[in-house]
Design a protein around this ligand. Structure first.
Ligand SMILES: [Zn+2]
Ligand SMILES: [Zn+2]
Length: 109
């Protein structure tokens, strides 16, 4: 049986990478940890939970978009797929680590 490292629902989740207890954002569902910025490969399209990979997705780079702001590129450690996710550094509850986001903008992949 597959070990369950991660539980996720509307009330937040426990980060599968660092164990941080992530609280819900309130206005939109959060899909990554504000501390280590890791996500989990559970969606094919955002929020659909239709993917059975369940690999940990690490932030590999952050790009800036003039309209959307910081976009985190997440790469799945299991299947290598890359997803783009909007950063939540302006959230009132547990905002994404802005210093880490900036550091990742300088990262080459
Ligand atoms: Zn984490
Ligand atoms: Zn994957």
């Amino acid at each position: 049986m597959e070990q369950k490292l991660f539980t996720k629902n509307d009330n937040g989740f426990i980060c599968a990478n660092c164990g941080f207890e992530v609280k819900p954002l309130g206005y939109t569902s959060r899909n990554h940890c504000p501390k280590c910025l890791c996500s989990l490969h559970v969606d094919i399209n955002p929020g659909d939970r239709a993917c059975e990979c369940h690999g940990v997705m690490h932030p590999v780079k952050v790009v800036t978009d003039p309209k959307k702001g910081y976009i985190i590129l997440h790469k799945c450690s299991k299947c290598g797929e890359i997803h783009r996710n909007k950063a939540a550094h302006e959230a009132k509850v547990q905002p994404d680590d802005i210093n880490y986001l900036i550091e990742l903008t300088a990262r080459e992949i």
